[in-house]
Write a new protein. Structure first.
Lengths: 761, 173
């Protein structure tokens, strides 16, 4: 029996449950110093004075540095560059020199004996800033624009001119982000005698970050050793290259001592990539039968003060993916990336799709009302069918053509509706109420369809090695962010080699990292190919040792045996020893060892898809929205470990509910961030997250990889904004859209009053 | 060592081991446990008492170690996540978290484990722990990965198993 598809317990669990995880701040080095970043208190201004004298003289302080101490001209480049956009003028400096552009921008670093004295000394840095006017509203026509782009195809003008119905809505998505529970942490340990530098705490794209750091430091990249650590959640934000990723290693080299930096939560909330804040004006043209003729989207992204490593990838993905699972003959998505005096933005789990799915699916619900068609029927009418797959959209995203590779979207929608009905989601929306309090609580049902993307290439490398003890070692390009990647790679390896014990998983020197739901798809496929190659090599060597024909041998349970003669057998350990450098079983020129390296290349992404449904209860008196039930139906191609897929989906829903109802980085009129602790930045607790029903489908194996897998990381969060918006609109009986997410009590209350005024007219 | 530091001697028991340590009055119990005594299983997620990742058991009660000063633990008995397993053998609560996929990144997990450990050690009530009660308990802390259901299920299952173990006649699940 294959171990692929089984609910194996996670390899990561025992160490994490025992408190033996190795997170960033759990690792220390002898003689280590601590760093504290001094940040701008102003949203925009000219630095008149930055006086470090007192701070530098404080007890226990080893160094205080400002921009003038750094090599000149350093800026963090864009990792996900989009052809045709030049963002070089908007890149973030490592430390601000003349001008500060958001509250939290790094100005100086204090290094000392312990974090407490560093914090004391940081308070002694005197900062005098001549304030300048702030830009906070990206919709304002005067706000500076970093980039404009357009994605689309077909004759949109004619489609709208010939339409029987045109429906338009506006939907703003609030500024929020991944906010993993572990703040960032970095430890840099220099070895001046050997010229090496060890780094603990880089994750997500460690090889890319190492190479960038090497370039900025003027070092050979192989002298920088990036050690794998546990990470307390990634969600897109952790592991990008931030100013601190240069500052801490640079300080360690300059001071010749280990330097550690452990971010606090307030810093995290104003320093780490924000995301999501976009304004969408979407319009759809329909014929008399409710079929979509054309679709347009005007998207304004509030990018914050600088373009970081993601460049304009988020709004570009929004525009490219906005047509979703539907047959859209003509489409135009226009993007304006606007700079504001806020924390810079990057990606957050399902970047561009959370936003775009919300805009499109909310538009469809409003259109269903206008056209007098049931929302499910309107979607059925417009979904691409299985016969139309693969479907090439004349659009590219992240530099690859958008080809919806496989699937049966109408079947999945039907399965979702059936499951929601079976679970009683729709029956309970019409409960008769008696008391005034109950009448004030209105129930609503919402549904949304979506297409995800996963398995962004272009390549991944894996090494699989069997050591002389028989243990199997896997070096894969995926990094652990808490998603269970070790377990997944172990199951893929075990499938080929028939063993479920792994010696180790460690960094892959050519690894492209864990992001874009790519680890299982691209990294897993590379591991599969390398493990399969090891299997073939083991059989080849066993045939020589046993003097048997390869076709008479079989590998199962970590043992090669002769078919029909169970007594003649060799373990993987036997074969690994027989592959030693002095072995007589090796032929001239053959490398020693039982191992294989394989590189897996993908030309296109694979597109999983799904539907979400929710039952909500809205208290029109207080504006509180309670999510009573939530359903995710998701096509994943093939689940390596269904328990982990379900876990990804459930966790994604919880985060999505935060962005739909609770979480928002708000600013006052001076550009001061108002959500700088978990008191103001309200992440969902168990009281806000309902039990999530999950139906994982494996009906459409991905054609582009040997395992048939699609990514699972982002399908849980993709459509939560859309689904909650649709359910709240249904509960309130709104004729138009909800206008804005998150649906905080104040906004919902205002919508309820608007709706009752319209109703009484 | 900075001579201006205001150091105080603290003697406490952590997971049955006696420790003596000199700390500043302002040093938190969390930092003292992690950096002075090496119990790095206690994690800091916010340092302002909201997330609960640093929950430890102080003289029998769950506390947020970021809101307690080290000096306040003088003479106290502290239990951290490192106390739960017996060698390589996970406790029933830890095993239940794994069985119910109650963790992903594992950063918040020690806080949830210690919260539940303290709660489950409270004198038994007449009724078994309900899903709703467990949800209320779990709502004390933040998790960003799991969506909480696995944590709730793990705690309910442990409560049920312990109850059945104490009194085989007690009602089942």
């Amino acid at each position: 029996m294959s171990v692929i598809g089984t609910r194996l317990p996670r390899r990561e669990d025992p160490r994490l449950l025992r408190g033996r995880g190795r997170f960033g701040d759990d690792i220390s080095a002898p003689g280590q110093l601590w760093a504290r970043v001094v940040r701008s208190p102003s949203a925009h201004g000219q630095v008149r004075e930055l006086d470090i004298t007192q701070a530098a003289q404080a007890p226990g302080i080893a160094a205080v540095i400002t921009a003038g101490d750094l090599p000149g001209g350093l800026a963090i480049p864009v990792r996900l560059a989009i052809p045709g956009t030049d963002l070089s003028r908007y890149l973030q400096p490592i430390l601000a020199a003349g001008t500060v552009r958001y509250v939290g921008e790094p100005l100086a670093v204090v290094v000392g004996d312990d974090p407490y004295v560093c914090e004391d000394a940081a308070d002694l840095v005197e900062i005098d800033i001549a304030e300048r006017p702030v830009v906070l509203d990206a919709q304002n026509a005067d706000s500076p624009v970093a980039a404009e782009l357009i994605r689309g195809y077909g004759d949109v003008e004619t489609a709208f001119a010939q339409a029987r119905h045109v429906v338009r809505i506006e939907l703003a998505i609030g500024r929020h982000s991944g906010v993993p529970l572990e703040p960032r942490c970095l430890l840099a340990v220099p070895d001046p005698d050997r010229g090496t530098l060890a780094i603990f705490g880089m994750t997500k794209v460690p090889v890319w970050n190492r190479d960038l750091l090497a370039g900025l430091l003027g070092m050979d990249e192989t002298l920088i050793h990036v050690h794998a650590v546990d990470a307390g959640g990634g969600f897109g934000v952790r592991g990008e290259f931030y100013p601190e990723d240069f500052l801490i290693p640079w300080l360690a080299i300059r001071l010749g001592r280990p330097v550690k930096w452990a971010e606090d939560r307030t810093e995290h909330l104003m320093a780490v990539n924000h995301s999501r804040q976009q304004y969408h004006r979407v319009a759809a043209a329909f014929d008399a039968g409710g079929r979509i003729l054309g679709l347009t989207a005007d998207i304004i992204q509030d990018n914050g003060a600088y373009c970081r490593t993601h460049g304009v990838a988020v709004p570009e993905l929004t525009a490219a993916m906005l047509p979703g699972p539907y047959r859209v003959p003509a489409y135009r998505g226009q993007v304006r990336v606007v700079l504001t005096n806020k924390t810079p933005c990057g990606t957050y789990r399902a970047p561009g799709r959370f936003e775009g799915t919300a805009a499109r699916e909310h538009l469809l619900d409003v259109a269903a009302t206008r056209l007098g068609i049931d929302p499910v029927a309107l979607r059925e009418r417009n979904l691409l069918t299985a016969a139309e797959m693969p479907h090439q959209r004349p659009i590219s995203t992240l530099g690859t053509d958008l080809i919806l590779d496989t699937g049966d979207y109408p079947a999945l929608l039907a399965a979702a509706v059936k499951e929601a009905d079976r679970l009683g989601y729709r029956a309970t929306t019409t409960t008769t109420t008696t008391t005034a309090a109950e009448r004030a609580c209105r129930r609503g049902f919402g549904l949304a369809m979506f297409v995800e993307k996963s398995g962004l290439g272009p390549q991944e490398t894996a090494d699989v090695t069997v050591s002389k003890s028989g243990a199997v070692h896997v070096f894969s390009g995926g990094t652990s962010l808490g998603q269970g990647i070790e377990t997944v790679m172990a199951q893929i390896t075990a499938d080929a080699l028939g063993v479920v014990t792994l010696g180790d998983t460690d960094a892959q020197p050519f690894g492209a990292g864990s992001w874009a739901s790519r680890s299982t798809v691209v990294g897993g496929s590379a591991v599969h190919q390398a493990a399969t190659a090891v299997r073939q090599r083991a059989i080849e060597l066993a045939a020589r040792i046993l003097e048997a024909a390869e076709e008479d041998l079989d590998l199962a349970g970590g043992t090669v045996s002769v078919r029909g003669d169970a007594a003649v057998r060799l373990t993987l350990a036997d074969i690994a020893r027989a592959a030693g450098p002095a072995s007589r079983h090796l032929r001239p020129g053959e490398p020693a060892g039982l191992s294989a390296r394989r590189r897996f290349e993908v030309s296109h992404m694979t597109y999983p898809y799904g539907a979400h449904a929710a039952l909500v209860e809205v208290d029109t008196g207080t504006g509180r929205v309670r999510v009573l039930r939530y359903l995710v139906v998701y096509e994943v191609g093939r689940a390596i470990n269904p328990m982990l897929v379900e876990g990804q989906l459930r966790g994604g829903v919880a985060q999505g509910l935060g962005g739909a109802l609770l979480e928002e980085f708000s600013y006052d009129d001076a550009g001061q961030p108002q959500a700088i602790s978990f008191i103001e930045y309200r992440m969902p607790t168990a009281a806000e997250v309902p039990p999530v029903d999950v139906l994982v489908c494996q009906d459409a194996p991905a054609p582009g990889n040997p395992l048939g897998v699609m990514g699972a990381g982002e399908g849980g969060i993709n459509a939560v904004g859309a689904t909650v918006a649709n359910a709240v609109r249904d509960a309130l009986g709104l004729p138009g859209g909800v206008g804005q997410l998150p649906l905080t009590p104040a906004r919902v209350r205002a919508l309820g009053q608007e709706s009752s005024r319209e109703g009484s007219r | 060592m900075n001579p201006a530091k205001d150091l105080h001697a603290v003697a406490l028991t952590v997971n049955g081991h006696r420790h003596e340590v000199a700390v500043e009055a302002r040093r938190t119990l969390a930092d003292m446990l992690r950096h002075d005594l090496g119990y790095t299983g206690t994690h800091l997620g916010c340092e302002h008492g909201i997330c609960g990742a640093c929950t430890v058991i102080l003289d029998g009660a769950p506390v947020r170690a970021c809101l307690v000063f080290g000096v306040q633990a003088d003479g106290a008995e502290v239990r951290t996540v490192e106390s739960l397993a017996d060698g390589d053998q996970l406790s029933d609560l830890q095993q239940s978290f794994s069985d119910h996929h109650g963790l992903q990144c594992g950063f918040c997990t020690p806080g949830f484990l210690m919260l539940a450990e303290a709660y489950l050690a409270e004198p038994d009530t007449s009724s078994p722990l309900s899903e709703g009660q467990a949800r209320d308990l779990v709502a004390s802390n933040l998790c960003r990965c799991t969506g909480y259901q696995g944590i709730i299920d793990a705690i309910v299952a442990t409560a049920q198993a312990r109850r059945a173990g104490r009194d085989p006649a007690a009602d089942g699940p």
